[in-house]
Design a protein around this ligand. Sequence first.
Ligand code: CTP
Length: 412
Amino acid sequence: MSTAGPPSAPAPTVVLGVSGSIAAFKAVEVARHFVRAGVRVLPAMTAAARQFVGPATLAGLTGERVAGDMFEPGLAGEIHVALARAADVVVLCPATADLLADLAAGHATDVVRAVALCTSRPIVVAPAMHPAMWAHPATQRNVRTLLADGRCRFVGPVEGEVASGETGLGRMAEPLDVADVVLGLLRQGARRDLEGVRLLVTAGPTVEDLDPVRFLSNRSSGTMGFAVAECAALRGARVTLVAGPVGLPTPTGVTRHDVRSALELDAVLGALLGADLSGADALVMVAAVADYRPAERAAQKLKRSGAPLTLTLEPNPDILAGLGAVRRGGRPLLVGFALETASGPELEAIARAKLAHKRVDLVVANGVATLEQPESSDVVLVDEAASVPLGRLGKRDLADRILDWVAVRCRS
Ligand code: CTP
C-alpha cells in the first residue's frame, strides 16, 4: 500500500543533555516546550542528574529511551555517535560548573559529555550553579574558551534565587527562554543567507549626562537591536554591535562596542565605517538616539535651590541622516527605526517621510500603544517600493523579517 503525497520531512531533533544540578527538574519543562513544538527530544542524563530527576519522567514525556550508560549491555554501536548524528541542536540543560570545565577541556567521560564532543551542530548551554562558582575565574575561563571555540551558545545564567536560598548570578534561565533560543536555531537551520555580510547594528538608548549623577535618556531596553544582532550572526553575518548602556549579554559571535552618549555613538560608528563608509555592507540603526543633550555638563553635582531650574539643551547630530546624506552608490544599506505614537496610515506616512528625509533604504515603523504599555503595536516596513504591514510580532520574528529584506538587498 502506498501513501499519498510527498514524504514528510523528519522532525527536527534535539539531544537534551541533563547534568547534576538541583535545576535538573527544569529540563523537564524545557522538554515539554520542545514536544509541544513538534520537536523530537532524545534525552541523555549524567549519573548525577539521575539523583535529581527520574529518567522515567523524561522517557515518559519524550517517548524516547534516556541514554545514560555508554556501556549498556546489549546496546549496538556507539550511543554517543548515534545521538550526535541525530541531533540538529544539542542542549545542555542544566549545565554544571563541572560540565563546563569538561567541555572546555574536551573530556568525554559520560554520554552527555561525549555527545557534546562528538557533535558538529550548535550546542546550547544553560548553566546553573551557585553564583560564587559561576563567578570563579576557572569557570569564567572555561566559558571564554567555549565561546572562543564557537560551538556553544549560552543562555543565562540569570540573576535570582539559587538552591541555597541566596540571590545572585547563577540561576538557570527560564525554561521557556532556553526553549525559545533552541527553537529559533532549529527554525533557522540551514538558513545562512547572510554569510559574509558585514552588518553594523546599534542598540539601546543613549545617555546624556547633566552632572556626575544625573542624565537624560529614554526607555529603550536594547532588546530589539540585540535580537537583530543575534539573528544576523546565526544567519552567517559578521556582526558588530554598538550598544548604549544596557545590561544585556553579548550574543554569541557578535563583536560589541559599548557607548554612552549620542556623540560617542557617532564617533564609534564613524571609526567603524571609515571616511568612505566602506566598513560595513549594511547598518541597522535600532538605537534610540537622544535628539538633544544638555548644553553644559556640570562637573559637580547640581545643587537644589528654591528657584525653578531651566535646562538648556542642544541638538545632537542626526547620525542616520548624516550617513544618508554622504553615502554614495547605495552602500552601506541604511535601515532606520521610527517609534511613533501613531498607527495605521498615519504611522506609514511618518515612516515614508523619514525614509525620504533621512535618505535611507528601509524604515521600520513601530507604533507605541501608550506610555504605560510601551509594547509595540503595529509594525510596518516601508521602503521606496512598498509598505508591508506586519501587525504585532515578537522581536526575534521582526528581526528576521528585517534581515530577510537585508539579505535580498545585499544580493541585488
Ligand atoms: N537617529 C539618529 N540620530 C538621532 C536621532 C535618531 O541616527 N539623533 C536614528 C535612530 O536610530 C532611528 C531613526 O534615526 O533609526 C529614527 O529616529 P527618530 O527618533 O524616530 O527620528 P527623529 O529624526 O529624531 O524624528 P522625531 O522628530 O520623530 O523624533
